[in-house]
Design a protein around this ligand. Sequence first.
Ligand code: MF3
Ligand code: CO
Ligand code: CO
Length: 237
Amino acid sequence: MRQTGKLAAQTLVHLEDKLKIGMSTEEVNTIVHDFMIEHGAIPATLNYHGFPKSCCTSLNEVICHGIPSEKDVLKDGDILNVDVTTILNNYHGDTNKTFLIGNVAPEIVKLVEVTKQCLDEAINIVKPGARLGDIGAIIQEIAHGNGYSVVREYCGHGIGREFHEDPQVLHYGKKGTGVELKPGMTFTIEPMINMGHRHCELLDDDWTVVTRDGKPSAQFEHTILVTESGTEILTLP
Ligand code: MF3
Ligand code: CO
Ligand code: CO
């Protein structure tokens, strides 16, 4: 899990300085695909329940599961989430990040920063004895405190030999409720935070999830391990 997590994280680092205005999300997909293959990994999203590409690329009002395409070209002021999942030696590493493209409007930069803060503070409370509801509660508190909403239809998940395992890791909830965390558990936390309403809609391609109100949405994701003393982020480069 450490090895696959590290490789997933390195994939995003490798991509980061190649992103530029005018590039298509199809090119993003190629960079991600080639990097994983060169490092002995399989892109987990490719053919996953029929998903056609090696990463998800979610622009602006796309919440998650955007499909890379030659038609989607990065422009100044966009935010782009790239979600990558490696399979290395049969184990999965899953991470995503929202990148700023060129000059992004300050209120959208703030959305991205607060979303990162939601993930970081959720990770910080993970330790044996904490509960899944604590994770949801802190994310909800930070998002709502900034006037944003939390997407409810998609969630974090256990991860290991399978891409998506139990338990579901909700990004909203009540402190002190839900599954108790124990050393050795590996799961993702991946809050999707909307600038407007939380409601989403599925496009006709059956994958792309967008905000119903067309306002932007941001996301960050790490795969983490519960340790005896707290947590270890597995998707660090
Ligand atoms: N990587 C996503 C997650 O964080 C799942 C993408 S599944 C796909 O769980 F099929 F849309 F690629
Ligand atoms: Co995930
Ligand atoms: Co992911």
